[in-house]
Write a protein that binds this ligand. Structure first.
Ligand SMILES: [Zn+2]
Length: 329
């Protein structure tokens, strides 16, 4: 059984290499994929689960109506003998995503198409894309805005099209200093609102959990801020598409505020249990002026939990080197 799988995989790998050489797709060593641009359509080819898979998408033409109609308009591909059911449509929520499709072909399906037609398959899909608004020459390089970019790269979990010049500059920099840390980019526009939302939600959840009704054991009260801060840091780094020192400082600051929010809510519950009626302003003042100075050891323990969370969040984030990034582009 194992041998069959290996043979299948090596046959499929050869076929992937064949498309790569016919269409000038670039090999991506890190995950053994081929990426490129064919007449305005971005293509990524890989062997996945004993099938040959090709992802097609275009930044200049929408595929949404074709995805909705099960690719009924893909007449060029249909004529080649490839069943249109081999296409799967993908739609995301990103505003710049106009829809993509994955062509999945197993060995029996490839045998049915035959070797003569095999080379043509990507070109036929590209022709079908042109029927639905994709322009062959409308893209520009993401980095320098030069016309007709030729390289499809994946960076920060997104695909980008860049020109040969920019790609070579990237490679050269990596070759000169492959172990240098790549300059992390942080998307503050996305990171800030995410941090504020998780700060408020985390703070309120932390406060509610301190309610007497839950009777949480003491070690929980130390572990929970740690887990919360780690989750908070993860959300922030994901929204920012990266991590740097400034973002870490912002994560620490919002974590401290979140823990304080929770502690004040917990204090309010304690007052309510003692049947003390007070406004939020009075609760806040009493917390900082009277409660905190008298009980700082216990309150500090919650922050120790938070600190442990920050430590693990930072340790989990390994900055990529330039060499690694080029391997994955
Ligand atoms: Zn460029």
């Amino acid at each position: 059984m194992t041998t069959t799988i290996n043979t299948d995989d090596s046959v499929l790998s050869e076929l992937a290499t064949r498309w790569a050489s016919v269409y000038g797709l670039r090999h991506v060593p890190a995950d053994n994929r081929y990426r490129g641009i064919i007449d305005g359509v971005c293509v990524e080819v890989a062997v996945v689960d004993q099938t040959l898979q090709a992802l097609f998408f275009s930044p200049t033409g929408s595929l949404i109506s074709q995805i909705a109609s099960d690719f009924a308009g893909f007449t060029n591909l249909a004529r080649s003998g490839v069943a249109l059911t081999s296409l799967t449509g993908l739609i995301s929520r990103r505003p710049d995503d106009l829809g993509s499709c994955v062509l999945t072909l197993s060995i029996p399906q490839l045998l049915a198409v035959g070797p003569d037609k095999f080379d043509e398959i990507p070109a036929l899909v590209v022709k079908d894309f042109h029927q639905f608004g994709t322009a062959a020459n409308a893209m520009i390089c993401k980095l320098c805005q030069a016309p007709s970019p030729t390289q499809l790269v994946q960076y920060d979990e997104q695909y980008h099209v860049i020109c040969d010049n920019c790609f070579q500059t990237f490679q050269q920099r990596a070759m000169e200093n492959p172990t240098a840390a790549a300059k992390p980019t942080v998307n503050w526009k996305k990171a800030l609102p995410t941090m504020l939302i998780t700060m408020v939600i985390g703070g309120v959840v932390w406060g509610v959990l301190q309610h007497q009704a839950f009777r949480l054991p003491f070690y929980f009260l130390v572990a929970l801020p740690g887990i919360g801060v780690m989750a908070h840091a993860r959300f922030a780094a994901r929204a920012a598409h990266g991590m740097n020192r400034q973002l870490l400082v912002a994560i620490v600051a919002t974590s401290v505020i979140a823990i304080v929010i929770g502690n004040v809510i917990g204090f309010a519950f304690a007052l309510a249990a003692l049947k003390v009626r007070a406004t939020w302003w009075e609760i806040l003042r009493t917390y900082f002026e009277h409660y905190l100075p008298a009980n700082w050891q216990e309150e500090a323990l919650y922050f120790v939990g938070g600190l442990i969370g920050i430590y693990f969040a930072w340790a989990a984030h390994k900055p990529k080197t330039q060499g690694e990034i080029v391997q994955r582009l």
